[in-house]
Design a protein around this ligand. Structure first.
Ligand SMILES: NC(=O)c1ccc[n+]([C@@H]2O[C@H](COP(=O)([O-])OP(=O)(O)OC[C@H]3O[C@@H](n4cnc5c(N)ncnc54)[C@H](O)[C@@H]3O)[C@@H](O)[C@H]2O)c1
Length: 270
């Protein structure tokens, strides 16, 4: 059901790789709520071509940008503002990549070159996006920026590896830039800390299925799906949440505040 919560709003959505992507589902949800959208992803992801399906479905142009490249980001914002005929109301940063995880390196044997790249793609890219918008004065007053995080930023999930540190940095950039952009232009910046979700990035984590099942049993409401996350993003982009900023918002069916559940106790007693 659409309440047209985002009618008249214009946004950039980063990170729709395929139908499983949280960004893909968010783009659909924002479109259904009346928003106009520009889609962006890394040039290598665009070559897969999947994103063109989404582009047609929601009538949104695709503009490539590697989020570690400031020229790409400047071009993205320039072209997006041309397309919209003005400023931008919301941004979804739905980007993550761990080179050490990909190369099978454990946390105790990190390659620091890979590690820097991981931080740049997964965390400092939020700073780069915000800095580009800031320099170009691209975001409208009361604009809203959301990035996606995971509870490994606060608690240890050993196989999440260096991504835990990347998410901690991402959440810190959210607070720090959230202060400056709030004062300058009433722009709000938050992270959503999402349940484990079966996507390309998610499935790259070792033992992911066990992870998902454990979280399901440890959450009073069960795991939050990608669609649920998309709907939460819509609320954060809408004017109904205008005073929420610099927060890490758990969207995990209650997992983050649950010590143990009956389901886990029963499992342990087997
Ligand atoms: N899936 C989960 O379990 C889960 C849980 C919590 C948080 N998250 C976070 O949600 C976000 C989206 O991930 P997803 O699960 O939808 O997976 P996904 O693989 O569909 O999305 C990750 C995206 O990052 C993009 N990307 C990678 N390098 C890039 C670069 N240099 N420039 C631009 N884009 C680049 C990829 O092309 C891809 O579209 C990530 O930040 C992820 O860490 C995922």
């Amino acid at each position: 059901m659409s309440n047209q919560l985002l009618k008249g709003k214009k946004g950039i959505i980063f990170g729709a790789l395929d139908e499983k992507s949280i960004a893909w589902k968010t783009a659909l949800a924002c479109h259904a709520q009346g928003a106009e959208i520009v889609l962006s992803n890394a040039p290598i992801a665009l070559r897969m071509g999947e994103i063109n399906k989404l582009s047609e479905q929601i009538n949104a142009p695709v503009i490539g940008a590697d989020v570690t490249n400031m020229d790409d980001l400047k071009n993205l914002f320039t072209e997006s503002m041309k397309h919209f005929g003005g400023g931008i109301d919301f941004i979804l940063h739905s980007i993550g990549m761990s080179l050490n995880l990909r190369k099978g390196k454990s946390y105790t044997e990190l390659d620091y070159g890979f590690n820097q790249k991981t931080f740049d793609i997964s965390a400092m890219s939020l700073h780069r996006v915000l800095r580009t918008a800031w320099d170009m004065d691209a975001l409208n007053e009361w604009g809203s920026v959301v990035a996606l995080s995971y509870i490994a930023a606060q608690r240890v999930f050993p196989d999440y590896n260096e991504m835990a540190d990347a998410k901690a940095l991402l959440e810190s950039v959210t607070r720090s830039f959230g202060y400056h952009y709030g004062v300058k232009k009433k722009v709000r910046i938050n992270t959503i800390s999402q349940s484990p979700t079966r996507t390309t990035a998610g499935s790259g984590v070792k033992g992911f299925d066990g992870f998902v099942n454990y979280a399901e049993k440890m959450s009073p409401l069960g795991n939050a799906s990608g669609e649920d996350c998309a709907n939460y993003c819509v609320t954060l982009f809408s004017d109904m949440t205008k005073m929420v900023t610099m927060q890490n918002l758990f969207h995990d069916g209650g997992f983050s505040f649950t010590g143990v559940t009956q389901a886990v106790i029963e499992q342990m007693e087997k």
